[in-house]
Structure formats: structure tokens, C-alpha cells
Design a protein around this ligand. Structure first.
Ligand SMILES: Cc1cc2nc3c(=O)[nH]c(=O)nc-3n(C[C@H](O)[C@H](O)[C@H](O)COP(=O)(O)OP(=O)(O)OC[C@H]3O[C@@H](n4cnc5c(N)ncnc54)[C@H](O)[C@@H]3O)c2cc1C
Length: 410
């Protein structure tokens, strides 16, 4: 017998749902990730979206097959190559028939994902949960047919303080669903639960939808333990596209692309960056006041930007508040896969290296010639990381606070 004060059973998640019995060749089941490939390359956050969708993905775009084949962890993936040029409205119309029975469609919140997701939501007549830090499908025993958004605001950012303020409100969407959600074949109701990230992750808004949704997923700290660790290998097949619009006129209007501008490394998503310069505890002097430590990380970002690279950090640096959390690389941070990674004062702990992907070149700047980061580097510079950073700034003509020049006494 269950003790009266026993903890309630956690609700079942997508992975617990019964196997779909559909015999059709496209995806079926509670959730699927939609990924837009460019030149066969998957967007940043692809892996997170696939994990959040329970291991199923549709890859579209230029080089979709190659992109699907590069997915890790192994998944069930369908691909449809749409050729060069991204036409999100036409793509949404093309994908809609394959997605209409799937309660949760999740896309990475990359520029392409953010372009495609609202169009998919419109074509499928669903709400869009934009900027989710997590999203999952649950089975519930029935319930109301409205979309309830409960707001429990947690202030976690620097400058906002550590106080927690909670308020609850309910709002009803314009959805006319009265079915109590999407019943699966056991008669239970499928519900989508998400946590929406707002104000640079300082505010998290829980949202519950009792109807099918489209969601975009922001990159950020995610527990690697939730990543399915594979199996026999990916099952990859072409997406059967049966409902192509008959004429050009039937395709919804797409914006005309006038030019494609290169992303600014200072602000682009870290997981899309081809060059990353990471900073660790070795950039900071022992006992240094936080303001000056943060200035060292600001300088790293500035120097990185001048070199066409993005700045990353270890968890030691983000936990201390020297660098923002969205710059944290690792198993509980962002997973990157650059061509070049330059590590400034980083020891190379497994939790950090686990988020590096397979960079073609690794440079380690460290006073310890035998630390794991230097051991895995193609070039190890055994020197003071701060002094090298300041010298780089000087040669690039970048300004820096004179206090950062203080000699290393260690
Ligand atoms: C559950 C869990 C999850 C975690 N997730 C992550 C994660 O996602 N990302 C992450 O990064 N970490 C993560 N960590 C923390 C991780 O284990 C390490 O503690 C962290 O990566 C170390 O950061 P660091 O290299 O900056 O600091 P340290 O390990 O302290 O290394 C500092 C390095 O700087 C060098 N150094 C010192 N002085 C100088 C100098 N003057 N010039 C040059 N080099 C110098 C030292 O030789 C050393 O190699 C996680 C830990 C746990 C337990």
C-alpha cells in the first residue's frame, strides 16, 4: 500500500508513450524534431532538439540526407532535400501533412528554426511555444480543452537578485479545441508542458498546452544524462512527401532573399560558431575582485570578435559570474563543434571537453604543460593566459583596462 505522504509518481514523458502503430513511412508518435540543414550541415542545437523529441527527426534543406546521417545520438530520421535556398513558407506547406498527427513538433531556436516554426504553427493551426528551455509530452487522464498558461516567475539573473517571486494566472488562447488535448490510442490525453525562457534566461515561464504545439528550443544548460546513448545506429530514410502544392500559386509567399550576411561572432549562437576562444579559471588571478575578473572575460570576447571568433567559458567562470551562462561550454552548457578552439587557462575537465565536439584544431594556453586540455591540443602554449590575451589585444589595437596588465605572481 502506498504511504499517504509518498511522493506522487512523476508524469509519464514522451519516451513512456506507447509505440506508434502507424504503418505509414513517415514519423509517428508523440514528438518529432524538424531540422533545417545547410550544405549538409545541421544547425546548432540539433542534438538537443532531437533529444527533446525523444529521438525522432525530420531533416530538410540543402544536403538533408547528409545532415540526417550526421545526427548523434542515433535516431529515426527522415530527410527531404529541398536544394539550395531556404523557403520557409513553402517548406512549412510541404511538411504539414507529415506533422499533423504529431502533438509536439520541436525546432532549434536558430535563425532558420525561428523562421520555419511560426509558419509551421500557422499551417498546422497550432500555438507556438517560442524559446523553450525544455519541452515534453506527457500523458494525462483527461481534462479541460483550453490552453492554460501558468506563470511562476523565477528571477535568477545577476542584477535582479536571488529572490523568487511566484504568481499564477490563467489565460485562454484563441484555440477552439474542446477535446481536452490529443487523445492517444489508449484514450489518454496528450499534454505538452514547457518552460519558456525569457529575458536572457532570467525569467522562466512554465506553460502547459492541452493541444498539439510547435515549439522552438533555446540552446543552454541541459543534462547530458537525458541524451539517449544510441543503439545500433540511425535509421535514416527519405521523407515520403505526398502533398506537394500543385502549382506555384498554391505555395504561400516567401520573402525574397536579397543578400545573406555573415553572422557577427560577438552575438551569434555559440553552437554555430566555427571559431571559439574559451576562457577558464586560469584567466583570473587568485583572489582577484569579481569586477576585474569579469573584465578579463570581456576582453576575451572583444579579442575573439576581432579575430572572427566567438567567446566561450568554463562552468567555473559562469558560476562565478565572470561570463554569462549562455557562454558556458560543456555537458551542462552549450555543445559546440567548431573548426578551431582556443582554450585560455582551461584545465580540460571531462564535463567541459564533452561539449567541444570534434574541433579540427585545438590550441591550449596554460601554465601547466601536462593538463588534459594541453594534452589533447594540437598546439600547447605554456604561458600565462592573461598576459597572452592582453598582448593579443595590444597587437590588435583593442582597448583594455590597464589593471589587466598586472604581472602574474604565481
Ligand atoms: C555535474 C557537473 C557538470 C559540469 N558541467 C560543466 C560544464 O558544462 N562545463 C564546464 O566547463 N565545466 C563543467 N563542470 C565543471 C568541471 O568539472 C570543471 O570544474 C571545470 O570545467 C573547470 O574549469 P576551469 O578549467 O576553468 O578551471 P580549473 O579546473 O580550475 O582549471 C584552471 C586551469 O588554469 C590553469 N592556469 C592557472 N593559472 C594560469 C595562468 N596564469 N595562465 C594559464 N593557465 C593557468 C591551470 O593550470 C588549470 O589547468 C561540471 C561539473 C560537474 C560536477
Amino acid at each position: 500500500m502506498t504511504a499517504p505522504d509518498a511522493a506522487p509518481e512523476p508524469p509519464p514523458r514522451a519516451g513512456d508513450l506507447p509505440e506508434a502503430t502507424s504503418t505509414r513511412a513517415g514519423p509517428a508518435g508523440p514528438a518529432v524534431a524538424v531540422l533545417v540543414a545547410r550544405s549538409g550541415r545541421l544547425p546548432g542545437g540539433a542534438r538537443d532538439a532531437v533529444v527533446e523529441a525523444g529521438g525522432q527527426a525530420i531533416v530538410v534543406g540543402d544536403g538533408a540526407r547528409e545532415g540526417a546521417a550526421s545526427l548523434t545520438p542515433p535516431v529515426r530520421a527522415w530527410w527531404y532535400d529541398t536544394g539550395v535556398g531556404f523557403r520557409p513558407a513553402a517548406m512549412a506547406a510541404l511538411l504539414a501533412p507529415a506533422l499533423e498527427d504529431i502533438p509536439l513538433v520541436v525546432l532549434p531556436a536558430t535563425p532558420d528554426g525561428r523562421d520555419l516554426a511560426p509558419r509551421l504553427a500557422a499551417v498546422l493551426d497550432r500555438p507556438l511555444l517560442a524559446g523553450a528551455s525544455e519541452v515534453a509530452v506527457e500523458l494525462v487522464g483527461g481534462g479541460g480543452g483550453e490552453i492554460a498558461v501558468e506563470i511562476a516567475v523565477e528571477f535568477v539573473g545577476e542584477g535582479v537578485g536571488k529572490s523568487t517571486s511566484t504568481s499564477t494566472s490563467k489565460s485562454t488562447s484563441t484555440s477552439t479545441s474542446t477535446s481536452g488535448g490529443s487523445p492517444d490510442r489508449t484514450g489518454m490525453t496528450v499534454r505538452v508542458r514547457a518552460s519558456l525562457s525569457r529575458l536572457d534566461d532570467r525569467v522562466l515561464v512554465p506553460a502547459t498546452a492541452a493541444v498539439p504545439v510547435v515549439a522552438t528550443l533555446v540552446p543552454g544548460p541541459r543534462d547530458a544524462a537525458t541524451v539517449p546513448n544510441g543503439g545500433p545506429g540511425a535509421d535514416i530514410r527519405p521523407l515520403p512527401v505526398t502533398a506537394r502544392p500543385a502549382t506555384e500559386a498554391a505555395v504561400p509567399a516567401d520573402p525574397e532573399v536579397l543578400a545573406v550576411l555573415a553572422a557577427d561572432p560577438a552575438t551569434m549562437a555559440l553552437d554555430d560558431a566555427r571559431r571559439v576562444m574559451g576562457g577558464g579559471a586560469g584567466l583570473v588571478r587568485p583572489g582577484e575582485e569579481p569586477g576585474r575578473a569579469a573584465a578579463a572575460f570581456d576582453l576575451l570576447a572583444d579579442v575573439a570578435s576581432a579575430l572572427g571568433a566567438s567567446a566561450g567559458a568554463t562552468r567555473v567562470a559562469t558560476d562565478a559570474g565572470w561570463a554569462p551562462t549562455w557562454r558556458q561550454i560543456g555537458t551542462t552548457g552549450v555543445s559546440i563543434d567548431p573548426d578551431l578552439y582556443v582554450a585560455f587557462g582551461i584545465s580540460g575537465a571531462i564535463q567541459h571537453v564533452g561539449g567541444l565536439g570534434s574541433p579540427r584544431h585545438v590550441v591550449s594556453v596554460n601554465t601547466d604543460s601536462s593538463c588534459p586540455m594541453t594534452a589533447m591540443a594540437s598546439l600547447g602554449l605554456v604561458t600565462d593566459a592573461r598576459a597572452l590575451l592582453v598582448e593579443l589585444a595590444r597587437r590588435l589595437g583593442r582597448p583594455f583596462p590597464p589593471a589587466l596588465e598586472e604581472a602574474h605572481d604565481g
